[in-house]
Design a protein around this ligand. Structure first.
Ligand code: TXA
Ligand code: MG
Length: 332
């Protein structure tokens, strides 16, 4: 199975954006594969939002050193309603701007089946209904929410042509749906609808003025520099466990909760309050897929400290370690 190969060992298919091609792309996504496709903003690198290991594959293919929450793409507002909770403001914006280059951050329905890695462990989710005909048909056929960051290697510019995707990601993903441009060319505007007032988190394809006109009120600005995407690790709402997090634990102290990696058991494990293993077989993609959900589960057992076994620094391990370091950082 291609997913088990090293990131640069995949045979990447070029798929035509006709009915047969799009059906094939949808089938690949449902099978847990990584498929780049055009949207009206930029090309996205898609994976099934419900399959944690597929989502982990996105970070691996992009070479992203940290886990950002991703945007889930759905075919219509009805599908979005099954995943997130839309208050009056969010609904008004969705009805006016969807399909189109607006992403709405709303509370996540816990039973929506979205992988915790897709939201980076947050209780909220970013949702978007793209207007690009290829994206729309693909989402309709996939019948599952598709998370998709821009389809570029980390640190490179967002791709607006299939060739950009190809030069960045061929050999690292399973397919590229080719043949259409991305008319907007900049990413979607992101508006958070979590609090009493909507907040502009990222400017993009829909202008502030257009949104304010529909709402009849001013948009608040996100924390930090509103001209840049917010680093999710800086988001106040970002999930951090209640327990303290102790990294590189070679042994477990009595009463600690243990988050393990690989087949070896650290000393003292028998007196742990609880234990979970990110991946018994030491697979970093499986570990990434399990990370946020397991942190959450261990936090629920009420131990004062979660002791985390050493995680190798290679591949996805870098992103896992980054997120764990944030979880372990002193809090206010
Ligand atoms: O136009 C676009 O939005 C493109 C196309 C492919 O749809 N996608 C895109 O995704 O730009 P990405 O991963 O590059 O940007 C996602 C942004 C990040 O800034 C992330 O922090 C934010 O969305 N985000 C996602 N979920 C969030 C959440 N629950 N709360 C706050 N921000 C969130
Ligand atoms: Mg991007």
């Amino acid at each position: 199975m291609a997913q088990d190969k090293r990131p640069a060992d995949r045979d990447t298919l070029r798929i035509d954006p006709d009915a047969t091609g799009i059906a094939r792309a949808a089938a690949l996504l449902r099978a847990g594969k990584l498929v780049a496709f055009p949207t009206e903003t930029v090309y996205g690198l898609g994976a099934d939002a419900r399959q944690g290991e597929a989502v982990a594959g996105i970070y691996e293919a992009k070479g992203r050193p940290s886990f950002n929450p991703l945007i889930a793409h759905v075919p219509d507002l009805a599908a979005a309603d099954r995943i997130g909770v839309f208050d009056a403001t969010a609904r008004q914006l969705a009805e006016h701007f969807w399909p189109g280059p607006l992403t709405l951050v709303v509370p996540l329905r816990p039973d929506a089946g979205i992988s915790a890695l897709a939201t980076a462990g947050l209780n909220s989710i970013a949702l978007r209904v793209p207007s690009h005909p290829v994206a729309r048909e693909l989402l309709a056929l996939a019948q599952t929410p598709i998370v998709a960051p821009s389809a570029n290697r980390s640190g490179r510019v967002s791709p607006t042509e299939a060739e950009h995707v190809w030069s960045d990601l061929s050999g690292r993903i399973d397919a590229v749906v080719e043949g259409w441009s991305t008319p907007v060319g900049v990413e979607s505007t992101i508006v958070s609808c979590l609090g009493p007032r909507p907040v502009l988190l990222r400017p993009g394809g829909v202008t502030r003025a257009e949104i304010e006109e529909v709402l009849g009120e001013r948009l608040a600005d996100g924390a930090g520099d509103a001209a840049k995407p917010i680093a999710p690790g800086l988001l106040e709402s970002h999930y951090a466990p209640r327990a303290k997090v102790r990294l590189n634990a070679q042994s477990i102290a009595p009463g600690e909760a243990a988050l393990l990696f690989g087949p070896d058991n650290p000393a003292g494990l028998e007196d742990a309050k609880a234990q979970l293993n990110l991946s018994f077989r030491g697979d970093l993609r499986e570990a990434a897929a399990n990370l946020f959900a397991m942190l959450r589960r261990l936090d629920l057992v009420g131990a004062a400290t979660i002791a985390v076994a050493p995680i190798p620094a290679e591949g996805l391990g870098e992103a896992i370690r980054d997120r764990l370091q944030r979880a372990a950082a002193p809090r206010s």
